[in-house]
Design a protein around this ligand. Structure first.
Ligand code: PBG
Length: 338
């Protein structure tokens, strides 16, 4: 019915927002279970899962509970998990030697999950921070610098051991120069041509990692959650430098490029989308998760709404897959809806 005072408008964009049916049909971007990767923490010993205080709903699991959790996650339809070890302080030293020990907790966890839930894709970080007493991702030289080439050498060995234990993708998160190429070469030489490299290509020196450092215990050993990693992680102000890092990782043989954190760097994801044909991953990190939970606990934000919007934004920016601590909850919700 045309009302007498109706405007004559050729375009009424609100028509496409009138009903749920139209909104579904016109929706441009979606977050689907297939896009999600669940990060998980594993610790020594048996005992009940230990809650991570700064990350509500996140736990450090024993190996057997980790396997159970992975089975649940797989049953929800999630394709991949990223497993991080919380190493007991008595195994940490300056050089992170335990990283290459055959009894490394991470290798046991990878093997157990691969055996029990073989179809679940497993991602293992390649960096030394869970193992070093100072909490840095690399080896510290006598001048106090993080020694690039020596670190890369150790990381290449770690990646081969992770692949041997059951990791489908290894994920260098250290930001050393040349590590992707060195890891590719080492994997190939060890006959692991099928192991993929998910490169943390644009990993920024961010304040948003603090809860993660609590979860893996690297802040405890370093004495701070604000460890200064600015000589290797990217300057938050720099987009071109991030794109350069991504280009180098691609040239060195990375299979997937990652931007991290995600929410504060949507512009980087977006620009990388037009630079590369490779899949792009984004890591919604611990601090992004913690801030949504903290505000929701105070009653200042609605948890599910803020969560879903934060993930949609990352997809809209151009990420194909998202590592997020919300993965399991979102998958459970999506299942209920369908
Ligand atoms: C360490 C690593 C970090 C994260 C993943 N791998 C922290 C850091 O660089 O200090 C952060 C993940 C998160 O905050 O959720 N190599």
């Amino acid at each position: 019915m045309v009302k007498s005072n109706a405007l004559t408008l050729a375009r009424r964009p609100r028509r496409n927002r009138r009903s749920a049916a139209i909104r579904h049909l016109t929706q441009e971007t979606r977050v689907e279970i297939d896009d999600l990767i669940q990060p998980l923490f594993v610790r020594e010993g048996r005992g009940a899962p230990e809650p991570v205080k700064s990350m509500p709903g996140v736990f450090r699991f024993s190996v057997s509970d980790l396997v159970r959790e992975c089975r649940d996650i797989h049953n929800l339809g999630i394709s991949a998990v990223a497993i991080f070890p919380c190493i007991s302080p008595k195994f940490k030293d300056e050089r992170g030697s335990y990283a290459l020990s055959p009894d490394n907790l991470l290798f046991r966890a990878l093997a157990a999950v691969k055996k029990e839930v073989p179809a679940l894709l497993i991602i293992a970080d390649v960096a030394l921070d869970p193992y070093t007493s100072h909490g840095h991702d690399g080896l510290v030289d006598p001048q106090g610098d993080i020694s690039n080439d020596e670190t890369v050498n150790v990381l290449a060995k770690l990646a081969v051991l992770e692949a041997g234990a059951g990791a489908d993708w290894v994920a260098p998160s250290d930001m050393m120069d040349g590590r992707v190429g060195a890891i590719r070469k080492a994997l190939d030489r060890a006959g692991r041509i099928e192991t993929g490299i998910l490169a943390y290509s644009a990993k920024f020196a961010s304040s948003y990692y603090a809860p993660f450092r609590d979860a893996v215990g690297s802040s405890k050993s370093a004495g701070t959650s604000a460890l200064d990693k600015r000589t290797y992680q990217l300057n938050s102000a720099n987009t071109r430098e991030a794109l350069l890092e991504a280009r180098l990782d691609e040239e060195e043989g990375a299979d997937v490029l990652m931007v991290k954190p995600a929410g504060p760097y949507l512009d980087v994801i977006h620009q990388l989308r037009s630079q590369t044909q490779l899949p792009i991953a984004a890591y919604q990190v611990s601090g992004e998760y913690a801030q949504i939970h903290a505000a929701a606990q105070k009653g200042w934000l609605e948890l599910e709404g803020a969560r879903d919007e934060s993930l949609l934004a990352i997809r809209r920016a151009g990420a194909d897959m998202i590592l997020t601590y919300f993965a399991k909850d979102v998958a459970a919700n999506l299942r209920k809806k369908n």
